[in-house]
Design a protein around this ligand. Structure first.
Ligand code: SAH
Ligand code: MG
Length: 216
């Protein structure tokens, strides 16, 4: 299943409109595409940048670094002011991200950590003003629960890939190999939207983005 969230012509239009301004980011984006490494699509990257710029966070937490693309977007969005921690379990990707962050001159503010987020999260203190959850799709709820004591009222949590190529919203039973992931995502969105402590907007941007405000 390809992206069944918007129409291809809309995607093309939005992608052509929202080319990264920064040359290093453009090259990194291209490199990720060629090497088949995940990186936020352009509309999602714009949204992340905008949230980081509007929120002016002191501390950002990212779960799922890959090549460091979205970490750099958040770094630029915060006007290079935020301290960012980003977690990646794949060592090869962690090393690649660290190199990219170094080349960009961002290592003083962005700290990549190699490890399984579910373990690393227990060692972090916070509070984080902005959290970007973008690792194992079926585990988003578990990451979210683990960060609840590291956020504060007014913090924002952004979760990527919540529409999962459209599968989360598609009627009927999902294909066997996606069943657990789809169920977990539906449950997670339900929780984010109905728990009174949060306020969540779920948007059909990129692969689906949920933006959650922590109210209390
Ligand atoms: N945020 C990146 C893309 C991340 S892709 C960007 O937009 O540029 C998701 C990444 O999460 C993958 O590199 C994968 O290795 C990592 N990942 C998956 N499960 C993880 C876990 N439990 N802990 C840490 N990283 C994990
Ligand atoms: Mg993603």
């Amino acid at each position: 299943m390809d992206n069944q969230i918007t129409y291809p012509y809309i995607e093309e239009f939005l992608n052509a409109l929202q080319v990264p301004e920064d040359g290093f980011l453009r090259a990194l984006e291209e490199n990720c595409r060629q090497e088949d490494i995940p990186a936020a699509v352009r509309p999602t990257a714009r949204l992340l940048y905008l949230l980081a710029a509007a929120k002016a966070p002191k501390q950002i937490l990212e779960i799922g670094t890959a090549a460091g693309y979205s970490a750099l977007v958040l770094y630029l969005g915060s006007n290079k002011q935020a301290n960012i921690i980003t977690i990646e379990k794949d060592e090869e990707r962690f090393l690649m991200a660290r190199q990219n962050l170094r080349s960009f001159g961002a290592l003083d503010k962005v700290k990549p950590i190699c490890g399984d987020a579910e373990e690393v999260l227990d060692t972090l203190e916070g509070p984080f003003d902005l959290v970007f959850i973008d690792a194992a799709k079926g585990a988003s709820m578990r990451y979210f629960e683990k960060i609840l004591d590291k956020v504060k009222p007014g913090s924002m949590v952004v979760t990527d890939n919540v529409l999962y190529g459209g599968r989360t919203a598609a009627p009927g039973e999902p294909a066997h190999k996606h069943r657990t992931g789809v169920r977990a995502m539906r449950e997670y969105l339900d929780y984010l939207c109905h728990e009174p402590k949060f306020y969540t907007a779920v948007l059909p941007v990129g692969d689906g983005v949920a933006i959650t405000l922590i109210k209390e």
